[in-house]
Write a protein that binds this ligand. Structure first.
Ligand SMILES: [Zn+2]
Length: 282
């Protein structure tokens, strides 16, 4: 079984004139969509035991309520206007941590340290979007618009390195492995005991498998120190009626395991063990 460390459950209506998604962001599943049990059962039959949702709190809390122990959540906050108090309130309300995405300054900037401190103090998981960000969601005019245009270098893995130095006790998941700064991300997971990562999103799966082999098993020797910091993550919509779009990512991870000849124990950590322990479930 796999536990999806990077899943979504939000929906934003499509404006027919501009064909762009517009606010408000709402849960993809509401009570009118019927019981969730068949959806959960089908996911479990496909090999997914649970998911970590990374959407705004107005999406994740209702979905947690509906989906019970299939769903865990680290709600995303608007970093440029968030506070220690907001973070603590979200985690006290029952969230498993916080997702940090689309900053207006570099992620490693001191201005954000009180937010990270709050997640650490509450014992939560800090999930960071790293690397490229699509153009439709967070830039001005997007359905989760920030006040200014994003600078993707603000979310490079090097920024996570700085956070890890300042907060060695903070549990960190560096989402998307820093796409396209894979080597930088590899260095960070290898050197920082508290930083984990994943291949979620549409980019890692398009990189030639030989490149992953060279990165994670140089000269044919698997780098266990890095491999044991990976988590399974899809970036798929996992709580959307009739939508089961994550098979491509499950196939990619299996191909990766085969290409590197990974032992069962390591696969188990990547598939579910790491994320479950980051969430404090095991
Ligand atoms: Zn995502």
């Amino acid at each position: 079984m796999k536990f999806d460390s990077h899943a979504h459950g939000m929906h934003a209506p499509l404006d027919p004139l501009t064909e762009k998604r517009v606010p408000p962001v709402v849960p993809a599943w509401t009570t009118v969509d019927g019981p969730v049990e068949p959806h959960i059962e089908r996911n479990r039959a496909m090999g997914i035991e649970g998911v970590l949702l990374l959407d705004p709190p107005e999406v994740t809390f209702p979905l947690k309520e509906l989906f019970g122990d299939f769903v865990y959540h680290c709600p995303m906050v608007r970093m440029h206007e968030s506070s220690r108090e907001e973070i603590l309130a979200i985690i006290e309300r029952g969230a498993n941590g916080i997702k940090f995405i689309a900053p207006m300054r570099p992620l490693g900037d001191e201005e954000y340290f009180p937010l990270y401190e709050a997640v650490r103090d509450a014992g939560g998981l800090a999930v960071f979007h790293t690397g490229y960000q699509n153009r439709n969601s967070f830039d001005p005019g997007g359905f989760l618009a920030r006040p200014k245009y994003l600078r993707i270098t603000d979310s490079r893995p090097a920024e996570i390195d700085r956070i890890s130095r300042a907060f060695p006790d903070l549990k960190i998941l560096m989402a998307h492995m820093g796409n396209p700064w894979w080597e930088e991300a590899f260095c960070v997971i290898t050197q920082s005991p508290n930083v984990f990562t994943d291949f979620s999103g549409g980019s890692a799966v398009r990189v030639d498998m030989d490149c992953w082999k060279h990165l994670f098993a140089p000269n044919g020797k698997p780098s266990v120190k890095a491999l044991e910091k990976l988590c399974y993550g899809s970036d798929a919509s996992m709580c959307h009626p009739g939508v089961f779009e994550h098979q491509f990512m499950m196939d990619f991870y299996e191909d990766f395991y085969s290409a590197l000849g990974l032992p069962a124990e390591l696969r188990e950590k990547i598939d579910r063990g790491n994320i479950r322990s980051l969430l404090g479930l095991d």
